[in-house]
Design a protein around this ligand. Structure first.
Ligand code: KG4
Ligand code: ZN
Length: 387
């Protein structure tokens, strides 16, 4: 079964064709980074306009790369939420129009469910490329979705995984950020220090040259649910270190330099950073990663799972990957990441998640609409009790 996935929830226009929920035939992503970078963040109105321009060529390219005509697709899966409403609506309306015109079944997919599936999509094998045994991503598991818009922990179950071809997934939200998402904190710190947009990749690379123990930010403490996150305090702590001091003057000089320098390389940016700036961002990244790792491992221990999935744009972070691998080696956990291209927003994950909904008989009609806020699954009992 060939499923066309369409994803337009934020600033990537993406389309993909996935066969039987596991073979990616094409995965096309048109990034809007160049549109938003001068603002240091996504501008919703510009994002919607870009989606309008790109959605048709991106879908056509996905078909072409997969070697299929649109009418050979068996079903359509579109991101229904959560995300920017204007952006979501472009994909939802486009998906509905295609479904009607081609007379194909349509399902709406939660963006977070897509991210969870991106970690499973590439890790279903119990044999490696050389025929060696490799751990298989299992259910139930604990999944950390960590991106620019989300930081949430889920307990994910799959019923009927072995017996039937149509597993039924259920998602329990163990915790989520109470303020900024981790990727948002990376982006805001990068903006404050005039390092570029998006902030995560540049901080990841620059932080390798800094001393992560130079600035002690302290542990992020949460009252109540231990699986909730909060990154705005840390971001403000970075702001206080910078504001009114030498680091602010240095950032202002960097901002001026960047005005005349199109797309500087990370090495060029580094040559405009003092050791104090590099130390500050290394320490900031260390705090974020330590917090994400600690809460995720705690949840995995409490829920007695052997598999942990880590997905979303921040899952590309090299320190995060190293720390999770190290924790896995010492605790016997198996940790699974999607490859970087599937960690950030893409439509292959939407097609894969949509496939299981379509095979289970789910169908969306024309009333399908976008939801800017749309929780995935049910909140955990502990969370409900807390409220
Ligand atoms: O999943 P994604 O493409 O979009 C959202 O759903 O938000 O994630 C984008 C986010 C941005 O905040 C970006 O700064 C962050 O992921 N990111 C990273 C890295 N690569 C992307 N954060 C830290 N380290 C990275 N290497
Ligand atoms: Zn995302």
């Amino acid at each position: 079964m060939f499923v066309l996935g369409i994803e337009t929830s934020c600033d990537e226009t993406a389309a993909a064709i996935v066969e039987d929920g596991e073979r990616i035939l094409s995965n096309v992503v048109a990034s809007q980074v160049l549109t938003h970078e001068k603002y240091g963040g996504v501008v919703p109105e510009l994002a919607s306009r870009e989606h309008l321009k790109k959605v048709t060529p991106v879908v056509e390219e996905a078909c072409q790369r997969a070697g299929l005509r649109l009418d050979q697709v068996d079903g359509i899966a579109v991101t229904q939420g959560p995300g920017l409403i204007g952006s979501l609506l472009v994909g939802v309306v486009y998906g509905k129009a295609l479904a009607v015109a081609l007379d194909k079944p349509l399902v709406g997919v939660n963006h977070l469910e897509g991210h969870i599936h991106s970690a499973w999509l590439e890790n279903k094998m119990s044999r490696g490329a050389g025929g060696e045994d490799v751990p298989e991503a299992e259910f139930p598991n604990v999944t950390l979705v960590v991106s620019g818009g989300h930081t949430s922990l889920f307990y994910v179950q799959a019923d009927n995984l072995q017996e039937r071809r149509t597993p039924i997934f259920s998602y329990e939200e163990l915790g989520r950020t109470r303020d900024d998402a981790a990727g948002e904190a990376f982006d805001k710190v990068a903006k404050l220090l005039a390092l570029g947009y998006p902030g995560g990749p540049v901080i990841d690379k620059l932080a390798r040259h800094g001393d992560a123990s130079a600035v002690k930010f302290g542990t992020i403490r949460m009252k109540g649910n231990p699986y909730d996150f909060s990154f705005s305090g840390l971001k403000t702590a970075v702001l206080y270190r910078v504001r009114g001091g030498e680091l602010a003057e240095e950032a202002a000089r960097r901002r001026e330099w960047r005005k005349d320098t199109d797309h500087p390389s990370v090495d060029q940016i580094r040559s405009h950073c003092s050791q104090a700036t590099l130390d500050l961002i290394a320490s900031f990244q260390e705090s974020v990663v330590t917090d994400l790792l600690g809460r995720t491992i705690h949840a995995a221990d409490t829920r007695c799972v052997s598999s942990v999935f880590v997905t979303g744009g921040v899952a590309c972070n090299s320190l995060l990957r190293q720390r999770f691998a190290k924790a896995a080696a010492s605790s016997g956990l198996h940790v699974f990441f999607p490859s970087p291209g599937l960690s950030t927003d893409n439509a292959a994950m939407i097609a894969a998640a949509g496939y299981f909904r379509l095979t289970a008989g789910e169908r969306a009609g024309l009333p399908l609409t976008a939801h800017a806020a749309w929780p995935l699954g049910v909140p955990s009992k502990a969370k409900v009790a807390e409220v």
